[in-house]
Design a protein around this ligand. Structure first.
Ligand code: COI
Length: 360
């Protein structure tokens, strides 16, 4: 099988396999499986030397361009365990196609999507015991591409590593599925149109850390970013997209260049529309959100993301004022979407959109 895929396999010795973590105390992104996928790119050979090998450190030259100029992109997807121990991926091709869009913007090489998805499925099958059996827990998959040419001039690197690591995870936020408190920043911005806000590149996350620390000190879990020009229109949370339900309409900001096109965002829009819910991708100002909350028309707010899944928001903190949303409780649509999405992802519910891909 591995030869057919053009992928070499170097297995970890049985006696060196890692001890699996306690499934009830997984946290997020702290444990890693026994193997990883790695392939290399250069101008002469293109992608080459594809292999699944023991999870290991890299030895990299300190001049590698990723360390200096941040030429790095990544993705996040998950493997799910369903009934009879069947394993599933959710929209994997869409993730790697999004990664290719990121690669284009960051002057990095395109991935052969079908080959990478096949190698990923084979690696998940090899690591099947790492896919958690606990409800709500999954195997988080982190494909990453980095620039490895050792060179200090500012230009696209001439060589890259692409690798996939995997981590059994529980909930992304410490709150689990309980409502989070979100800090609305009108001081710092995440991205401008024409920049790289719609690209899954490492620097976007580094640039968000300073404001995230301010939010944490204020007792909030995350930052909700406003647009960079007027500090008025809601954009995204950085680790997730954002949705508002006002007067029974489900509203999310449009993809106009500064927001990441989340696959969970897209799935929620499609799922909600299929239930006959009025969905709108339109600009929404923070004033409109707070006015709707004040007049009792804001029914619920939630974030969506692969890591965050559906993450209800119970409180907004803006200009030193606290605004309680839906009495600080999870909204009914967020709960329904969470249940339905999980059931599709775990293969328990029919998948009318053909999102789910079986592994093995
Ligand atoms: C994801 O939801 O997969 C993300 O990449 C967000 C975050 C953990 C960085």
């Amino acid at each position: 099988m591995w030869e057919d895929l053009g992928v070499a396999l170097e297995k970890v010795d049985k006696d060196k396999l890692k001890k699996k973590p306690d499934p009830d105390k997984l946290g997020f992104g702290v444990h890693f499986t026994d193997h990883m996928f790695l392939m290399k790119w250069n101008k002469t050979d293109g992608w080459h030397d594809a292999r699944i090998c023991p999870y290991q450190d890299f030895q990299l030259n300190p001049a590698c361009m990723v360390f200096h100029y941040g030429q790095a992109i990544f993705e996040g997807l998950k493997a799910y365990r369903g009934k009879d121990d069947q394993l599933f991926l959710f929209r994997p091709k869409d993730n790697f196609e999004r990664m290719n869009n990121s690669a284009l913007r960051m002057c990095m090489p395109r991935l052969p999507v079908d080959k990478v998805v096949s190698a990923l499925k084979a690696m998940i099958y090899l690591e099947k015991e790492w896919v958690p059996r606990t409800e709500g827990a999954t195997l988080y998959i982190r494909p990453t591409m980095i620039a490895v040419e050792p060179m200090l001039g500012v230009k696209p690197s001439s060589s890259y590593y692409f690798y996939i690591i995997m981590s059994p995870v529980g909930a992304y936020y410490a709150e689990g599925c309980n409502p989070t408190k979100i800090y609305i920043s009108d001081q710092y911005v995440r991205a401008v149109k024409g920049g790289v806000g719609n690209v899954k590149t490492a620097g976007n996350y580094a640039a968000s850390l300073f404001m995230s620390e301010i939010a944490k000190k204020a007792g909030c879990t995350q930052v909700l970013w406003l647009d960079a020009c007027e500090h008025k229109y809601v954009e995204e949370v950085g680790t997730s997209n954002i949705f508002f339900r006002i007067d029974n309409q489900l509203i999310t900001p449009p993809l106009e260049g500064s927001i990441l096109g989340g696959l969970t965002r897209d799935s929620v829009l499609k799922l909600a529309a299929s239930w006959g819910i009025d969905v709108a991708e339109r600009r929404i100002s923070i004033d409109e959100v707070l006015e709707a909350n004040g007049s009792g028309r804001l029914q619920e707010v939630f974030g969506t993301g692969t890591a965050a899944v559906i993450s209800p928001v119970g409180e907004l903190f803006y200009q030193e004022q606290h605004y309680i949303i839906n009495n600080g409780k999870t909204g009914e649509l967020a709960a329904r979407l969470y249940t339905e999405l999980q059931a599709i992802q775990n293969g328990y519910r029919e998948d009318p959109f053909n999102w789910v891909v079986r592994v093995g």
